[in-house]
Design a protein around this ligand. Structure first.
Ligand code: HT7
Ligand code: ZN
Length: 885
């Protein structure tokens, strides 16, 4: 398959001014009539019109009402010698029920849905399927009225009525021009929760959430999240809802989380449906951020869209930043805000940092791709959001808001590039550091890899100075051997012996900062000298993770314990605890003869102090007490033996469980919630800490051969009034390996056999269970034979196969290579059904070259087996080819 190069961009040879689509919906044969008004782009030399199409049956092509000659060039329909302005009519048919790729028009649970981003519209009709072609759309849907009573598309409903033969129609007109990737239609038997709102600007709007009947009682939280999103975007960025009607529709067959189609968002049910009985606190919180994310795309993505798919982070990085800020603002307290930041950083470090160090590493603005679907990555999304966050750090919150306002003044209604965004933020802040640094700052878009910032501090008692010297380095990534220095904002503070922030004054400067100061690194190596420091301070560097980098500082245990106890920045307080744990874990992992129980009294006492702390929030305590994940630990090593990593981490957990047993008991008792269930930050933090206490108490009980806490966990499982408590209790049992887990799992299935999203949890929990005697893989295979399993449903396939391959390192990385064999078979099997799902699973072995032998050789062979298969989709082929390069 050939790679598309960013450098090859050229403007479209034709513009599409309007599109009039008419659908006769039928699962076997849907007829699509596409009437377009076309206009030649007279800025370019005359060129033929080339329209993209995929898996379509072409019946007729008319130009200005007359039959026309055309030719096919691969998947493109080519029309030459067209008048400069013309009306083109294309009539095609497709078979939605056979569409297992879930791109274009497909059937799910007897309803029709579409997914057009990135290149799905070409599976609906022939079109200039690129985001810089923006047109006005009108859409007529016709279908059997009894089977498909609800007919939806983008914009406003302008007409509807009955047709003969039991059919009916609806006509929708979108008042905004849009790229075709934002087109959507939905048809089926759906019910709707509706809410009318009046915004700050005094405009009335109708918000609707469509689901299958029976699910309506699970839409309240999504509706509240939507109402909050509308209000937040107006208040924070002055961006109002620009539609009379805003609709969300949920489907259980969806490749990703959700899709921001103009006025008609389509969501994976996982990010819409929630009730206290079926959804955990984490589900509630994910729904809030995904609803927000898709809603915020209405401006950042839809009103201003991407010129080409290389600019994907223009909308995704910015919109993730916006949804992170939304959830942070909604979280409320300073502590809850910090918890949200820590959670976001954990995602970045455990997913994006490894991507940046692996074979799929790519810049935030990639230079080439084979299949664009493979580039909906954590780099584009999460690292892209960190890049946006750094603008805010450099120009301040008010400056950033001015930048966003200028961005919309300049580019509303257009398809633009990341350069346009950068320029708007810089131009709106002429007196900030940004304009002069902008060309260098933009290296964040062009250079892949995670920079490593090394810092050293020297205290000089005689001159009462403390000098911090920073050096930055970014390792080579595929296709990029040499990297130039990045612009790195470093927010820091210096702690005195009592743990208070020192006033900060840089040598030669008048300004004194209380608390934190923002430095900006631009060179490979740079020093900063703080004056008036009369005793050696403890530096708290990169507060809030002010840049997406790895910080190397040779902290002593005493310094880390000081930061953990006192840092005014809660992020770095948490970070100090993580560093203490990482140091202990990596020392034990690297010395295979060492006792895997790597925790010493100093660490355990520090954790006890956190658990007992009178004022720290439960959610924060839970984060501090959570050991770094196996994936994160593996990233800190040069060579990874996944079994050793697991053994050491597990031994550390058991130590924490046993040594802190009395404190876990106190914590469990202190975190019992009595009032009505609400998924707010404070109550969910309490439930999380309570679940953690129960997990440790069950672990300790099993280690000590005592059944008391497993019995309590079983009772809690049975009596729980919400899914968070119920699932935490079940997980505590399963994770401890206690025999009571078996009846509890059976009961859980019986209780929730009709709740697909809960069954996904049931499957995932079992395949991520401890691998006792190599039993996980046989269990996975058994679960795949369960009557509730289906490979065609992405959520279910991911809950079993991806959870096993990506979230159970010890069960997956087997000495006999059976995990890898299973992985290669499933990748191939899935590739024939749904290449996007297969290609994501294919990435489970991205980090194969870091593995110790024999894992390394076995993993490579498994990847090679997949790569050798003929007829592979370009999605999977790109992933495995890069992995082997
Ligand atoms: N912008 C949406 C992307 C998306 C997508 C991409 C490829 C294949 C299927 C897809 N479904 C949704 C999601 C978002 O970032 O909001
Ligand atoms: Zn998005």
């Amino acid at each position: 398959a050939t790679a598309i190069q960013r450098a090859d961009y050229s403007a479209p040879a034709w513009w599409v001014d309007s599109v009039d689509l008419c659908f006769d919906l039928d699962p076997i044969k849907t007829r699509v009539l596409n009437k377009m008004k076309l206009r030649r782009n007279t800025d370019l030399p005359v060129q033929a019109l080339r329209l993209d199409g995929e898996e379509l049956n072409l019946a007729r092509v008319l130009v200005n009402g007359q039959g026309s000659t055309f030719k096919m060039d691969g998947n493109q329909l080519v029309l030459s010698n067209l008048p400069d302005e013309c009306e083109l009519e294309i009539f095609t048919t497709t078979c939605p029920s056979k569409n297992t790729k879930l791109m274009g028009l497909y059937v799910s649970n007897d309803s029709f849905f579409t997914q057009c981003e990135a290149e799905g519209f070409r599976r609906i009709t022939y079109f200039l399927d690129r985001p810089d072609v923006m047109a006005m759309y009108s859409v007529t849907l016709r279908a059997d009225k009894a089977k498909y009573p609800v007919l939806l598309s983008n914009g406003n409903l302008v007409d509807s009525g009955d047709l003969e033969g039991g059919r009916h129609f609806a006509k929708w007109v979108d008042p905004h021009k849009k790229p075709c990737y934002l087109f959507a239609l939905v048809a089926g038997q759906l019910v709707c929760r509706e809410q009318r709102i009046t915004t700050r600007a005094g405009k009335d709007h109708t918000l609707q959430i469509y689901v299958r009947s029976g699910d309506l009682d699970k839409t309240e939280h999504a509706m509240n999240s939507l109402i909050h999103s509308v209000a937040w975007d107006e208040a924070r960025f002055g961006l109002p809802l620009d539609l009379e009607r805003f609709m969300i529709v949920a489907t259980s067959d969806f490749n990703m989380g959700a899709m921001e189609n103009k006025g008609l968002n389509i969501f994976n049910t996982k990010y819409v449906l929630a009730s206290q009985a079926t959804a955990t606190d984490v589900d509630f919180s994910n729904i809030e951020s995904v609803v927000g994310h898709e809603y915020f795309h209405n401006w950042t993505g839809n009103r201003i869209t991407c010129r080409d798919w290389f600019q994907l982070s223009l909308k995704e990085g910015l919109t993730v930043f916006r949804d992170q800020e939304f959830s942070t603002d909604l979280a409320g307290t300073a502590s809850a805000r910090a918890v949200k930041r820590i959670e976001d950083v954990r995602v970045l470090r455990t997913n994006q940092f490894p991507e940046d160090a692996g074979p799929m590493a790519h810049p935030v603005r990639p230079d080439s791709y084979v299949e664009i679907s493979n580039f909906y990555t954590v780099t584009i999304y999460e690292k892209g959001a960190e890049v946006v966050r750094m603008y805010q750090t450099l120009v301040g919150r008010a400056g950033f808001e001015k930048g966003i306002t200028l961005y919309f003044e300049r580019h509303d209604g257009n398809a633009v590039t990341c350069d346009d965004f950068a320029q708007a933020i810089a131009d709106a802040n002429p007196s900030s550091v940004l304009p002069s640094l902008l060309p260098q700052f933009k290296r964040w878009y062009s250079q892949a890899g995670t920079p490593r910032v090394s810092a050293q501090g020297v205290f000089d008692a005689a001159s009462q100075t403390y000098t911090l010297t920073f050096s930055q380095h970014c390792a080579a990534t595929p296709g990029q051997t040499e990297k130039l220095p990045f612009v790195i904002p470093v927010v820091l503070g210096l702690l005195d012996a009592n743990g208070n922030d020192l006033p900060l004054q840089l040598e030669g400067q008048d300004e004194i900062h209380t608390g934190s100061q923002r430095l900006v690194l631009t060179e490979a190596s740079q020093s900063f000298c703080f004056t008036g420091v009369n005793a050696e301070p403890v530096p708290s560097i990169l507060r809030g993770l002010s840049a997406p980098v790895v910080l190397a500082f040779d902290y002593s245990d005493a310094q880390l314990l000081h930061l953990l106890a006192h840092d005014s920045d809660p992020f770095n307080r948490w970070e100090a605890g993580q560093r203490l744990a990482v140091n202990r874990a990596t020392a034990a992992i690297n010395d295979s003869s060492a006792n895997p129980a790597a925790l010493d009294a100093a660490y355990i006492d520090a954790m006890r102090a956190v658990l007992r702390h009178p004022t720290l929030d439960a959610a924060f305590k839970e984060l501090v007490l959570t050991l770094p994940s196996e994936v994160y630990l593996a990233e800190q090593l040069t060579v990874v033996d996944p079994q050793r990593v697991h053994t050491v981490r597990q031994a550390m957990r058991e130590q924490l469980a046993i040594e802190l047993k009395a404190d876990w008991e106190t914590t469990y008792a202190a975190t019992q919630e009595t009032g009505a269930y609400t998924p707010d930050a404070v109550s969910s933090g309490k439930r999380a800490l309570c679940g953690m206490a129960l997990t440790h108490l069950c672990l300790a009980a099993v280690a000590e051969g005592n059944d008391q806490w497993p019995a309590i966990a079983l009772q809690r499982f049975k009596n729980a009034s919400n899914m968070t408590d119920r699932f935490n209790a079940l997980s505590a049992l399963v994770g401890s390996g206690h025999a009571l887990a078996i009846p509890a799992l059976e009961e859980f299935h019986a209780l929730f056999k009709n709740e697909a999203l809960v069954l996904d949890k049931w499957f995932a929990l079992q395949v991520t269970a401890p691998d006792v005697g190599g039993n996980t893989l046989p269990n996975v295979k058994k679960l795949m034979k369960h009557s509730d399993f289906s490979l065609r449903n992405p959520n279910r396939a991911r809950s079993v196969i991806s959870s096993y391959c990506q979230a159970n390192p010890a069960g997956f990385h087997r000495l006999d290579a059976a995990g890898y064999q299973f992985w290669s078979e499933r990748v191939l099997e899935l590739d024939a059904i749904n290449p996007q799902v297969a290609a994501r699973l294919a990435r489970a072995l991205d980090r194969w070259s870091k593995l110790a032998e024999p894992y390394r050789t076995n993993a490579r062979q498994a990847i090679a087996r997949v790569a050798a298969k003929s007829g592979l989709s370009k999605d999977t082929q790109e992933v495995v080819t890069r992995a082997l390069a």
